[in-house]
Write a protein that binds this ligand. Structure first.
Ligand SMILES: [Zn+2]
Length: 266
């Protein structure tokens, strides 16, 4: 998606009311990365239409002058002059898809620094959101796992998945069907090297999926592992983020809990 000269194409990550009638929107664009914008009269004004709805991709005309509001500390804001919907999300009616899309938004809000151009993150988010919309709902968790893995690559804190961290054998060379994830090392140990069987057990298929998730575009990944196995991967990835991304140890990413459901078929 390209921004035209007059506007900025953005996804809406979060909105909240400000004062009585205004709305502050946290947006993600190709050129500006994550940033916040003030939509005066955004609560009711018809000129914004559905352009400020979550997950919507809209073209925003922005006043480049920045605003500082005394009671909003964390962000510099720009002002939305007008906005036009380019694409509405196709998530309606699926709790899993809505939870997955919410997880994408929360992860961007928590781990991507504001006011920093991140075209690859814009593209990744856009592709992940489209994949969640297009694929069956039971694939959502797998897309979110792939998204998290790609985010860890972007942050430079990706887990090391190709070899056992002790004997350095590859997945093909080791015995058994599972390995043991080591959060603090961001790696795994094979059964033969781990006599005490401590740590988080992940199936070989899950490791393979994670490996492919880091190598391939999100729409091209062919997932092998079951949903249940991916729940275990999510468990590991949450711990991984908490361990390696500053600030995430203080509060978990709330939206992820809705993706873990004991009644899902395996
Ligand atoms: Zn080993």
């Amino acid at each position: 998606m390209q921004s035209s000269a007059t506007g900025e194409v953005c996804f809406v990550l979060k909105t909240y009311p400000y004062k009585e009638r205004d709305v502050i929107a946290v947006l993600l664009s190709e050129k500006k990365g994550r940033f916040s914008a003030l939509a005066r009269n955004g609560i009711q004004s018809r000129r914004f239409g559905g352009s400020l709805d979550l997950f919507t991709c809209s073209e925003f005309a922005l006043d480049p002058k920045t605003i500082r509001l005394s009671d909003i500390q964390e962000d510099i804001l720009v002002q939305v002059l007008s906005a036009q919907v380019k694409r509405t999300p196709g998530l309606a009616g699926s709790f899993e898809k809505l939870s997955g899309a919410s997880a994408l938004n929360e992860i961007i809000l928590r781990v991507i620094p504001p006011q920093r151009p991140a075209p690859e993150i814009f593209k990744l988010y856009s592709n992940a959101l489209l994949a969640i919309e297009d694929l069956p709902a039971d694939q959502t968790l797998k897309i979110v796992n792939a998204f998290i893995l790609k985010i860890t690559q972007w942050l430079g804190v990706q887990p090391s998945l190709t070899r056992c961290m002790v004997c350095e054998k590859t997945l093909n060379e080791i015995e058994g069907h599972s390995v043991c994830a080591q959060v603090a090392q961001g790696a795994w140990i094979c059964d033969a090297c781990r006599p005490d069987r401590s740590g988080l057990t992940l199936s070989k298929d899950t490791i393979l999926d994670a490996y492919h998730s880091m190598l391939n575009p999100i729409r091209k990944i062919e997932f092998m592992a079951t949903t249940r196995e991916h729940e275990e991967m999510l468990e590991f990835l949450e711990k991984h983020l908490q361990y390696f991304v500053p600030g995430l140890d203080r509060a978990p990413i709330g939206a992820l809990r809705f993706l873990k459901s004991p009644q899902w078929p395996t």
